[in-house]
Design a protein around this ligand. Sequence first.
Ligand SMILES: C[S@@+](CC[C@H](N)C(=O)[O-])C[C@H]1O[C@@H](n2cnc3c(N)ncnc32)[C@H](O)[C@@H]1O
Length: 233
Amino acid sequence: MRDHFRQIYRHQADMYERLVAREDQHGNLFEALIDIVPLHGLDVVEFGAGTGRLTRLLSLMARRVSAFDIEPAMLAEASLMLPTTGMSNWSLAIGDNARMPAASNSADLVIEGWSFAHIMEWHPQQWRERADAMLAEMRRILKPGGMALLIETLGTGRRQPQAPTPELATLYHYWESSCGFNMRWIRTDFQFASRSEADELTRFFFGDALADEFLAPRSVILPECTGIWWRRF
Ligand SMILES: C[S@@+](CC[C@H](N)C(=O)[O-])C[C@H]1O[C@@H](n2cnc3c(N)ncnc32)[C@H](O)[C@@H]1O
């Protein structure tokens, strides 16, 4: 799976966007975000923005969203999707989560969604250094008292939250016990347009084993639990 996701981000950004467009049809994520941090008038810096699904939500209320990702293909897809909101208070640029081209003390909110946790698979030996470097970047970019917010999976196919791997459990525990983050979880189920789409997009991203285990016959719903970690710096 190590190269599987990289290959998708490099070569199949359009398919990735088709998948995430089906997640959280009930809008639970937006509700939870504005409950944790009212977005009105905030300057936001987004790490690992991908095709911009969070960017789109954030731009509806924030003053400005500066979104970064390491993969040009993901940002190219984001640049196609973002104008669909009618908002123009966003920008997209290349940036590595550990070395962001964003000014110090410039953001009220720094946020990442489903990006940081890739270090557990891609850098299993240096995950701690990588995790610390990304949080240090968040802290550098934040204005004093600003909010850092992390969003990651707590189980695809699950109705109750559970870190999908021991490695992710280790990372989440580290954030909570050593880095001072609060956590809450929500459901962000995928709701597909048809059974064939459910099959196609689930297999494409999550693989056959997960699809075989968790896609119920004839169902177009794939349950998903999502964790939100946040703290002020
Ligand atoms: C699962 S996608 C999430 C994208 C988006 N945040 C969303 O909510 O759909 C993970 C993203 O993290 C990006 N990414 C992974 N490692 C990164 C790094 N070191 N710096 C910046 N972006 C990174 C990938 O290119 C990909 O776009």
